[in-house]
Design a protein around this ligand. Structure first.
Ligand code: SAM
Length: 231
């Protein structure tokens, strides 16, 4: 069985002031996929069912590129990869990195605040959605006018730290392909009230599973996987 950890990581070279560089949270996602995706299964889902993958908040594009590069090695893994970000600068950076990795305009890039500007024909199509979001609590609310700097988009998750993630999860529901098992992966932090957050997720009909954790500086960062509960 071929494992992904035998493949080289994408090359990420472009350095933009407001674009989040790959960090511990990025690698919490990537390292999990290295262990849980192989030529037959994507984290337990038969790989032939994975047709559309979305990397929301793509930043440098590293996660989208990671998946695009896998498609070159696994013959039965042919999903269309989408990458979106609210920041134009991030999309410019991600497109340059796509070129740097020798990938010829295969990834579909979308500039959007969460799913707001997504084409309607993408509704009910994503088998896998992932978001390494801004997840830290701020003193300001999420209002556009309160954001001083574009780099704030990398960390400012709202007053409680989880408001943006909740908004994401609410909107993501319409874009998931619910015809078979599908997953949402996201990162959050022990700096937020996880009891409250998990309670809200349950109310919204999601099952949340913690896949991994890492302690860094003042917090644990946590990799979560959501599935929608069948009614
Ligand atoms: C922590 S960074 C993660 C970047 C990259 N995915 C990674 O893991 O290295 C969060 C990313 O989400 C983007 N972002 C923040 N708010 C967003 C929103 N409302 N809609 C779309 N993208 C957003 C930021 O611009 C930033 O690129």
């Amino acid at each position: 069985m071929i494992k992904i950890n035998s493949f080289p990581d994408p090359i990420i070279e472009y350095d933009f002031e407001n674009v989040y560089p790959p960090s511990d949270d990025t690698y919490l996602l990537i390292d999990y996929f290295k262990e849980s995706v192989d030529e037959k299964y994507f984290d337990g889902i038969n790989i032939k069912y994975i047709k559309n993958i979305l990397d929301l908040g793509t930043g440098t594009g590293i996660i989208a590129l990671f998946f695009q590069l896998i498609t070159q090695n696994f013959v039965n893994f042919n999903p269309k990869i989408y990458a979106s970000d609210i920041l134009e600068e991030a999309l410019i950076c991600a497109k340059l990195n796509e070129k740097l990795n020798g990938i010829k305009k295969k990834i579909t890039f979308i500039k959007s605040d969460l799913f707001k500007s997504f084409p309607l024909n993408l509704k009910n199509t994503f088998d896998i959605i992932m978001f390494n979001p801004p997840y830290l609590p701020s003193l300001d609310d999420l209002n556009e006018k309160d954001r001083e700097l574009n780099i704030d988009y990398s960390w400012n998750g709202g007053i409680k730290g989880y408001e943006l993630v909740l908004k994401f999860i609410e909107q993501a529901r319409q874009f998931l392909n619910l015809h078979h098992k599908c997953y949402i992966y996201f990162i959050n932090s022990s700096r937020t009230n996880l009891n409250d957050f998990n309670y809200i997720l349950k109310q919204k009909g999601y099952e949340n599973e913690i896949l991994n954790k890492k302690h860094i500086f003042f917090e644990d960062i946590i990799l979560n996987r959501l599935t929608l509960r069948k009614n």
